[in-house]
Design a protein. Structure first.
Length: 70
């Protein structure tokens, strides 16, 4: 089995207690994009493990649908 690098993403999760500390990160794998958030099974997961981006997306989608109904 081969990894499809064009469809792969890399995300590095950071613990809440380490927000102020900088860690030495390895460079991204060649051909794989490093992202700060990604959508998996309809849920947006961020590298800080917060739901802010997901809730914002749900609210903006709901607002648009509600506007279309009126």
């Amino acid at each position: 089995m081969r990894l499809n690098r064009a469809e792969s993403k890399e995300i590095i999760f950071t613990a809440c207690g380490n927000r102020g500390k900088s860690a030495q990160l390895l460079p991204p794998c060649s051909g794989i994009e490093r992202v700060s958030s990604l959508r998996e099974l309809g849920v947006i997961v961020s590298d800080w493990l917060t739901v802010t981006e997901h809730v914002d997306h749900i609210l903006s989608t709901s607002t648009g649908l509600l506007y279309a109904l009126l």
